[in-house]
Write a protein that binds this ligand. Sequence first.
Ligand code: PSU
Ligand code: MN
Length: 304
Amino acid sequence: MTPHPSLRLTDEVAGALADHRPVVALESTIISHGMPYPQNVAMATEVEQIVRDHGAVPATIAVLDGVPRIGLDAADLELLASDEEVTKVSVRDLPYVVARKLHGATTVAATMRLAAMAGIRVFVTGGLGGVHRGAETSFDISADLTELGRTPVAVVSAGVKSILDIGLTLETLETLGVPVLVNGADEFPSFYSRSSGFAAPLRVDGAAEAAAVARATWELGLSNGLAIANPIPAADEIPAAEIGVVIERALADATAAGITGKETTPYLLARIVELTEGASLRANIALVRNNAVFGAQLAAAYAG
Ligand code: PSU
Ligand code: MN
């Protein structure tokens, strides 16, 4: 396919797509609103290198000066990591930042959509958005789930955090027709922890098996994405009971501070880093690295 004409691709990404070589999309909200500076820019740079070292071309996605960009350079990553003017952009925000020529860091949902418009089928992140706890009254359900239901991109994550209602998130993904695969485990992981108390809806062992399911999805003419959960390595995990206490506290603090809507997830992520004195950030970086390796292997298996 030809990339959508509104996108600006780097020559490297455009060349790889034209030659059907493996490409891995990476999101930018995790840089601008998911981690503190300067660990965020170091993580973004390292993850691109890991993808390259495993044989794929990284394509970090963001909107800069109103232009949806597929593939960024070091100065772009630094801007996203440090500029206060960068807003969090989900799918519904894309038209506004484009029309106003603003900078936007794209969420999983917006990154998936732009990746699909470029012809990229594999995307690596840390954690997915989902159904927030208390959604029965707040209606706060991430557009990441909607997008997984309608956009053909395989998203590698470490599962969803228990800042969300994991059970309701899995139910919603089922309703939306999204295959949920867990790599190498029988339990769905909860980001910082390998366990969640919920069984893996489907299990695959390795990138080749995951790629075969992705290929079958799209060969059947299904238009949805896939959620592929890759558990954090055991050496890096924070036990569920330990992080659970911190998450309860962060949720209570968010309520007390009156945090709602799109501010909720960034607030909780930052508060958890504070409350764990950086331990959650180290786990977060470790799982993103692990996902980058798997995502590059997945992109290679899918392209091959
Ligand atoms: N979960 C994480 N880290 C993140 C995010 C979620 O563990 O950085 C970011 C992703 O960009 C995700 C977004 O797409 O938060 C979801 O935000 P919301 O809940 O407002 O839809
Ligand atoms: Mn929300």
